[in-house]
Design a protein around this ligand. Structure first.
Ligand code: HXC
Length: 260
């Protein structure tokens, strides 16, 4: 694995765990950290040696947002460039061929909340806190928050969180459907790894295609999305894994998927 300054990358069973590791700044996403995560994503795009990517944070924060010290003197062009680089990264995470689980250990604020939303599944420690506090800084969310939050929790809740800047606790985030599971802090990584293991035991081809159908379908009118699903369903019917999966079920044995 490449040498990084602000992220740790570790292979754990079938998963890679990427830990954002700028504890002194609550893992705030400065320019360098965004570039390092992008570097990891780009260089592992076609890496089939792992099944799931887990993103977490070191210490008491997941990510406390974009680095505020980099924004104070930022001009219009700088702001657009920063938003573009972050949005490019978060789209890469959303479209990453492997599932991405956010294991939210603590504060997920601003860009951190947006990072969690770009992931496919969110598991949170009971200690996690979420929010889009940009309005407190005279800013708006700029890494996808104004768009992904309303798609995830609905327009009203998204408006409430974005316009008040209020933080919510993990149980409230779970209640509104922002996070998919909550657990005790000490169970967080085991839970994420167990989910990664479950996903990795399925056909990698089917997992990749299902993720793509859900994501791309959300950007389409329903009738187009259903057509997209139909074409993909047809395509997967031509796979080895489909024949193996269905045969194994009928023969009452465990399927041995090959990802082809
Ligand atoms: C830079 C940050 C930071 C951030 C925390 N720190 N968040 N530095 N950018 N986003 C730094 C603090 O300045 C401090 O540095 C150290 O981390 C510890 O933070 P404390 O505030 O002392 O810790 P605590 O009292 O426990 O409070 C934790 C916290 C708070 C609730 C997370 O730090 C906080 O509110 N942070 C800002 C959250 C925020 O507004 N995020 C949105 C950013 S805007 P020192 O040197 O004093 O020890 C954004 C826009 C995204 O994300 C889109 C861009 C295009």
């Amino acid at each position: 694995m490449a040498d990084y300054k602000n992220i740790l990358v570790e292979k754990k069973d079938a998963a890679i765990v990427l830990t954002i590791n700028r504890e002194k700044a609550m893992n705030a996403l400065n320019r360098e950290t965004v570039a390092e995560i992008q570097g990891f994503i780009s260089s592992h795009w076609s890496d089939d040696s792992f099944g799931v990517l887990i993103i977490t944070g070191a210490g008491k924060a997941f990510v406390a947002g974009a680095d505020i010290s980099e924004m104070k003197d930022m001009d219009i062009e700088g702001g657009m460039d920063m938003s573009a680089r972050g949005n490019y990264l978060f789209k890469s995470i959303q479209n990453f061929p492997k599932p991405v689980i956010a294991a939210v250990n603590g504060f997920a604020l601003g860009g951190g909340c947006e990072l969690a939303m770009a992931c496919d599944i969110r598991i949170a420690s009971e200690k996690a806190k979420f929010g889009q506090p940009e309005v407190n800084l005279g800013l708006i969310p700029g890494y996808g928050g104004t768009q992904r939050l309303s798609r995830l929790v609905g327009r009203g809740k998204a408006m409430q969180l974005i316009l008040t800047g209020d933080m919510i606790k993990a149980d409230e985030a779970y209640r509104i459907g922002f996070v998919d599971e909550i657990c005790a802090p000490e169970e967080l990584m085991d839970k994420a790894l167990a989910m990664a293991q479950t996903i990795t035991s399925k056909s990698p081809l089917a997992v990749r295609m299902a993720k793509d159908c859900v994501n791309r379908g959300l950007d389409m009118p329903l009738s187009n999305a259903l057509d997209f699903e139909k074409v993909n369903f047809g395509a997967i019917c031509g796979s080895y894994d489909k024949t193996e999966g269905c045969t194994a079920f009928l023969e009452k044995r465990k399927a041995e998927f090959k990802g082809k």
